[in-house]
Design a protein around this ligand. Structure first.
Ligand code: ZN
Ligand code: ZN
Length: 335
């Protein structure tokens, strides 16, 4: 939203239409270096697609929050490192990372980022915070590049990696604080694992609230309807929410002939996953209205098979319940 005149913003708000920006347009907000040097908070949507399906126009889930010039990465889906560079940010200066949950579309790009930092001689530790399992993921990211590191050692790259990249399994409540931010986590409803499964309670999905000196920004990560997330978002300046229209996805599968061959039980399980573990535009609208957030950003946008889908229909459905400004994210938008 930076550099938009109040008038432009008022128009956007007035008609309730999401601001759509190409990566090129996103650059009009000024260089990231300039933004990073400013006091206060900036936030950039690095990757905005939902799920692991590779997509030509959107990277996987990732957001960068910059507070008083310090970078904080929220999720690191595939493509995150390239988008960081495209945003004009020095990837060596991304030292604090928060993972909402360990689905691949939220951390598949982590190993790439950490390895690039090692290859180009980052010396300070990079800390990665997330739900149980995050420490294992970081150790695995190190392991993934061990063969490479052996080969690179013959080229003079010998600095150790195990004390450079540190994973932290964190609980809920206040999980992190420094001079710029305070971070609070809640467990959301994205992992609706059956109670009789041995995995029940083992894996958790978090939403994060970032208190910065000038704004409160809440990231839902992936979630189903959740009172805990609504409470977490209370009064936030910006709510960055996932969104998914289950019925739309079902209809698309029917049209593409990828539905009837499923058994009734498979169809029911698939729909239960979409309905229980994600939120519809209407549910996002209700949550944003109840929480009283000042601005809503829709991200984690499902593939719909349409190029340049503007997702305006989501904004219309959100608008039935939430009357504040709604933005549909694209990669490299700045707020
Ligand atoms: Zn996801
Ligand atoms: Zn997920």
């Amino acid at each position: 939203m930076q550099k938009r005149s109040p008038q432009t913003l008022a128009i956007l708000m007035g008609i309730g239409v999401a601001m759509l920006a190409t990566p090129g347009m996103a650059q009009t907000g000024g260089t990231a270096k300039g933004a990073a040097a400013l006091k206060g908070s900036r936030f950039i949507t690095l990757g905005t697609t939902a799920g692991p399906l590779p997509r030509k126009d959107r990277a996987q889930a990732s957001n960068l929050l910059i507070v008083n010039g310090t970078n904080y990465l929220i999720d690191a889906g595939d493509g995150a490192t390239r988008r960081i560079v495209q945003a004009g940010i020095n990837f060596l200066q991304v030292g604090t990372i928060f993972i909402t949950h360990n689905h691949s579309d939220h951390m598949a790009g982590l190993a790439t980022l950490l390895n690039a930092q090692w290859e180009y001689s980052r010396r300070q530790p990079t800390n990665v915070y997330g739900p149980p399992g995050t420490q294992r993921v970081v150790e695995a990211a190190i392991a993934y590049f061990t063969v490479n590191a052996e080969i690179r050692s013959t080229e003079g790259k010998t600095s150790p990696r195990s004390n450079l990249f540190i994973g932290h399994d964190v609980g809920v409540g206040p999980i992190y604080a420094d001079a710029n931010i305070k971070v609070t986590a809640v467990e959301n409803t994205h992992f609706n694992i059956a109670k009789d499964s041995p995995l029940h309670g083992k894996h958790k999905s978090y939403s994060y609230r970032f208190q910065t000196p000038d704004r409160v920004i809440v990231f839902t990560g992936d979630t189903g309807p959740s009172e805990a997330v609504t409470q977490l978002a209370t009064g936030a300046d910006v709510l960055v929410s996932e969104v998914l229209d289950a019925e739309e996805i079902k209809q698309r599968r029917i049209r593409s002939g990828n539905w009837d061959h499923l058994s009734a039980a498979e169809q029911a399980a698939f729909m239960a996953h979409l309905i229980d573990e994600h939120v519809t535009p209407e549910e996002v609208g209700k949550m944003a209205a109840k929480a009283g957030v000042k601005t809503l950003v829709l991200t984690h946008l499902p593939t719909t098979g349409k190029d340049n889908d503007d997702y305006k229909r989501y904004v219309d459905k959100v608008g039935k319940y939430y009357k504040g400004p709604v933005f549909v994210a694209s990669d490299l938008m700045r707020f």
